[in-house]
Design a protein around this ligand. Structure first.
Ligand code: GLC
Length: 575
């Protein structure tokens, strides 16, 4: 295997710029890697299966790292692969410091990490601090001891309301549907206390007011840092600390749908939660190299998101406002401006993201016409389905817009193949707890988690050596398989490759955005470094700007016109 030392990999060892409220321009090319990195999310269950059990695994990933190097990504983020009963696909962790046997062993992880580093690819692991699995040793101990025990105090146990404690302590609802409290049977067999779970009942929430919990997570951070990981994606980062009064709460759906300022729930965005990340930042700074924290915090504005990346907190946070913005030039212009302003004001890079394992894939989402609340998924009758041609054209154009923006971008496995959401999964195949906890009212997230197609003419499209994929793959993905796209110059895969190579060559991640004349109506037009970007979100073609060469176009240009749903990267003629 050859390891290419190119410009991109050499930036990994570049000098560290000072932390603090500096603009991206001041950092130049010597900035920390996470300021401009393209980070590829791997969902291990669905990436590549080396054992034939139908579930992807760590050796499967290691074997394909060359593909990701060829694609040109700077880092990978691995969704959880730690010991877990897999009630929420690994986001229910039973042992934070070991690998689940379905994914391999710690030695397999070390091999993956070493190989990735040989390729110059950084590795971020997923940390789930809000809750554990109910199979975690601590939770078993909590159930086995009496109310008020130190073992129980690591989680959020409360007596019920009602005369016999038969009602939950308050009205909080689980994000996955149904009540957020479950009643236990005490060790003596009597009906007992209730425990809080913001997600599935198999995911009890930790009590983050307890020092023991804080110390345990410092230990877990160090365990992975000692192994050499480059950072952590922090799950439900806004949820760890709860309002200690546990007041009843009913989400203000009207305020949210009117685009107003929704009051945060008493279990999200509590001021004290930021102390946790200030503490973690110090733990990361005990280590050499640029280790980074990226928060998964679903908050209602980019200004709020910026609170997570103040100089002494996390390094990055996901920009979900950007993900939630429709394919509309006016709205995109607004969110781009707001993001750059908000993140710059705290000296952090903006991040950009269009797809992940919790949302409808953007090659489908951008062509939908109906409501599509995050996490609910879509089923066979959703309005706007199936319009794969429009969806794919918009996805390619939207990604080219995203990858031209300064900051760090996340891409989700399979989007480089233009994969669509599998909205037509059979009911019997669905596995997301959301589907079960809402009795099928919400489809959940399985449709974006279907195993990848590698080889068009192989069984299971080459995903697994002999097994049945844990979710069925649609026949239509044959034409999207990686081996077919590798040899098609116009494929989405080759478009991604070109975009990542040009992005690195022109150092777009560390540039500055300057809106240009022509940035109006349904056209976005800006310059970043020496590249001019034009995105046409409208329905009519627009003229290509004069005196420019086309570096890249996401659709075939018709003469000197940029068609609808197309983005072009241009370079002004010299002189
Ligand atoms: C995050 C994860 C999601 C998971 C949830 C509970 O939102 O991205 O997949 O179900 O947290 O851990």
């Amino acid at each position: 295997m050859t390891v290419h030392q190119d410009l991109r990999t050499s930036t990994f060892t570049a000098d560290v710029a000072p932390r603090g409220a500096a603009t991206t321009e001041e950092h130049g090319t010597a900035a920390e890697w996470w300021r401009s990195a393209v980070i590829y999310q791997i969902y291990p269950r669905s990436f590549s299966d080396s054992t034939g059990d139908g579930i992807g695994d760590l050796p499967g990933i290691t074997a394909r790292l060359g593909e990701l190097h060829g694609l040109g990504v700077d880092a990978i983020w691995l969704s959880p692969f730690m010991t877990s009963p897999q009630k929420d696909a690994g986001y229910d962790v039973a042992d934070y410091c070991d690998v689940d046997p379905i994914f391999g062993t710690l030695a397999d992880f070390d091999t993956l990490l070493a190989r990735a580093h040989e390729f110059g690819i950084r590795v971020i692991v997923d940390l789930v601090p809000n809750h554990s699995s109910d199979q975690h040793e601590w939770f078993r101990q909590a159930l086995a001891t009496a109310p008020g025990s130190p073992e129980r105090a690591r989680y959020i146990f409360r007596d019920g309301s009602g005369a016999q404690g038969e009602e939950p302590p308050n009205n909080w609802q689980s994000i996955f549907g149904g009540p957020a409290w479950t009643r236990i049977t005490e060790p003596d067999g009597t009906p007992g206390q209730w425990y809080l779970h913001l997600f599935d009942s198999s995911q009890p929430d930790f009590d983050w007011s307890k020092d023991e919990v804080k110390e345990e997570f410092r230990r877990i951070l160090r365990f992975w840092l000692d192994r050499g990981v480059d950072g952590f994606r922090v799950d439900v980062a806004h949820g760890l600390v709860k309002d200690q009064d546990f007041p009843d709460y009913t989400p203000d759906v009207d305020a949210a749908s009117m685009g107003g300022e929704e009051t945060p729930a008493p279990y999200f965005e509590q001021t004290e939660v930021h102390e946790v990340y200030r503490d973690w930042r110090l733990v990361l700074e005990e280590y050499e190299g640029d280790r980074a924290l990226c928060g998964e915090a679903w908050v209602s504005s980019v200004e709020k998101a910026a609170l997570w990346v103040r100089p002494d907190e996390m390094h990055q946070t996901f920009n979900f406002q950007y993900l939630e913005t429709p394919w509309d030039a006016g709205q995109l212009r607004g969110v781009i401006d707001d993001s750059l302003h908000a993140f710059n004001s705290v000296g952090a890079p903006s991040t950009w993201v269009l797809s992940n394992h919790d949302v409808v894939r953007h090659a489908t989402r951008l062509s939908l016409t109906g409501e599509n609340p995050q996490g609910s998924g879509i089923g066979p009758d959703h309005p706007g389905l199936p319009d794969r041609q429009t969806g794919l054209a918009r996805a390619r154009a939207a990604t080219a817009l995203m990858l031209a923006l300064p900051g760090s971008s996340y891409i989700y496995q399979g989007e480089e193949l233009g994969l669509d959401e599998v909205h037509d999964l059979p009911d019997a195949a669905r596995q997301d707890p959301t589907w079960f906890r809402t009795a099928g009212e919400r489809f959940g997230r399985d449709g974006c988690r279907v195993p990848l197609p590698w080889v068009a003419d192989a069984d299971t499209f080459g995903f697994t050596a002999g097994g049945t994929p844990w979710l069925p793959q649609p026949e239509r993905w044959k034409s999207l398989a990686r081996d077919v796209q590798r040899v098609d110059p116009d494929s989405t895969l080759n478009l991604y490759r070109r975009m990542l190579a040009l992005r690195a060559e022109h150092d777009l991640g560390l540039g500055q955005l300057r809106w240009l004349p022509g940035n109006e109506g349904s056209v976005l037009m800006f310059a970043n470094q020496d590249v001019t970007v034009l995105a046409n979100t409208g329905t009519q073609p627009v003229a290509l700007p004069a005196e420019h060469d086309v570096l890249l176009a996401t659709a075939a240009l018709k003469g000197a016109e940029v068609p609808a749903d197309c983005t072009v990267w241009l370079r002004r003629h010299a002189g």
